[in-house]
Design a protein around this ligand. Sequence first.
Ligand SMILES: CC(C)(COP(=O)(O)OP(=O)(O)OC[C@H]1O[C@@H](n2cnc3c(N)ncnc32)[C@H](O)[C@@H]1OP(=O)(O)O)[C@@H](O)C(=O)NCCC(=O)NCCS
Length: 192
Amino acid sequence: MNNPHTVTHLQVTDTLQLRLLQEDDADWLYELVKAGQEYLSEWLPWVDTMRRPEDARRFIRTGLLQQEHDNGFQMGIFERQVLVGVVSFNYINWKRGRTELGYWLGEAYQGRGLMTMACRAMIDCAFRKLDLKRVEIRCAVSNSKSRAVAERLGFVEEGVSVQFEWMNDRYVDAVVYVMTDEHWWASRKEII
Ligand SMILES: CC(C)(COP(=O)(O)OP(=O)(O)OC[C@H]1O[C@@H](n2cnc3c(N)ncnc32)[C@H](O)[C@@H]1OP(=O)(O)O)[C@@H](O)C(=O)NCCC(=O)NCCS
């Protein structure tokens, strides 16, 4: 891969690593989705279309193509080498310097701050390595756990996109959260 923006690994802590999903991960990915199908499908309608390991393989291939086209990437979140979730840049608009973060965790891995840490590493990569200016998170207004991730990371609520997404049986409104590079560096200084 000659793409100068290629990111294949991000080490988050000694035990938590993000790495580009590869086709070999398809069976794990399938099992992780299946194990949390009911809870995940409340907010991720694509979950019900993952019916076989082959569907997971197709999802991974699409992510790899997305990266080849320099339009975002899908990272598996691995805790002690075990796949626990996925965090992604859903697209990258290089001209405008912006991207959108997407994420989900296997049901059994919630409640320990893993996603907050994984997202922090991705945001740092967006500003430090990819030199982007703005990261967005969009989530359904009533998705309180997802909103809590954005708020814990210091994102600013920018507004609501009405009837933004078809969620199972209805359109739902989405909150738009934003982090800019300036805000990120300023908040990092406070921590250091
Ligand atoms: C959204 C989602 C990833 C949030 O998962 P989560 O486990 O709540 O998020 P984190 O991993 O950051 O963990 C935060 C929780 O761990 C706790 N925690 C423990 N140690 C922590 C630490 N070091 N840092 C931060 N939080 C910590 C927090 O208090 C919080 O618990 P609480 O909800 O009881 O207050 C998960 O619910 C999910 O996958 N949902 C379905 C898919 C989805 O909605 N995706 C988003 C679409 S927009």
